[in-house]
Write a protein that binds this ligand. Sequence first.
Ligand code: CIZ
Ligand code: SF4
Length: 363
Amino acid sequence: MVLQQVDIGSEFYEQAEEILAERIAARKKELEEKLLILCHHYQQEAVYRFADMTGDSLKLAKHAASCNDKPYIVFCGVHFMAESADILTGDDQAVILPDLRAGCPMADMATLDDVSWAWKELEEASGAGRIIPVTYINSSAAIKAFVGEQGGSVCTSSNAERVLTWALERGEKVFFFPDEHLGRNSAIALGIKPEEIILWKRDEHLGGNSAEAIKQAKVILWDGYCTVHMQFAAAHVREWRAKDPEVRIIVHPECRHEVVAGSDQYGSTQNIIKAVSGSPPGSKWAVGTEINLVNRLARLNPDKEIHSLSPFQCLCSTMYRIKPKYLLWVLDNLVQGEVKNQITVDPETAKLAKIALDRMLEI
Ligand code: CIZ
Ligand code: SF4
């Protein structure tokens, strides 16, 4: 069933920001016993300030599962994150996404049909070699279920190298999706030769590769990407180096390899926060990730100089759809006993997807 965001009406649309904030705070108080509000690091401040817990997608999903006395989990993030939370939480907990249009373009670049088709072609072309699928957590529950069924694992941007190592110990090749760049950066960090890493182009026969290239490959990368992190370029790295030799450059591994290679360090959102917050006063940073997180780091670390690596505002526009008016709309409905925008993964898909998530947690 495809859910569509309904019109929330002028009562919410035309409300002033201060009024929305007051009403959200009041609703939160009323629902206190039953409600958990989770906010991803890329959320805007007007929403983030109401979080009971903040974090990356996995930390938030695990936290929701540990709060099994909370029947209402309002997930301020994107669709795949709410799905992961639904998979890990109990049947008596409802996971709610305040605006159903908050999807992740990267996750949408790997549909189950396309991946299953590519898997079939790849198995035929690679001969007897066993292929292990690895999916980044930024993928649909259906894709995670496919991976669970085929003996593979989920990974996050914190553990991609560890999961790749695990997969290469079990098979001859890894099929990694949906993010080409996290896959390439992790494979190169593990010392896999560039000629053993190939790109699978979604719309081409054999992904645009020869059967021979597939036989030689160790890592096969889906051609998905993050529209936000693709905005960071090697030229930005060079410009910062020329402008200020003292600046440390830290980027997310969803950036192109040339950006990661030019940086001083790279890591997941959690690792970026740790590195920047733990650096000595006076440190200077250029950060290659989503602008809401960069601005928050700057505000929380006034003793440091913190900038975006890019001269433009690299905003995740789908995360940005979670606005205070949508948060208030779901809370108002909860007070009246109505659960709006619930994200549910069907039990069979959830069971298989959980196998792939549990494998990651064991690795
Ligand atoms: O898993 C997450 O939350 C994402 C999208 C990135 C990260 O590095 O935390
Ligand atoms: Fe998806 Fe990129 Fe937005 Fe994360 S920042 S939700 S990967 S589009």
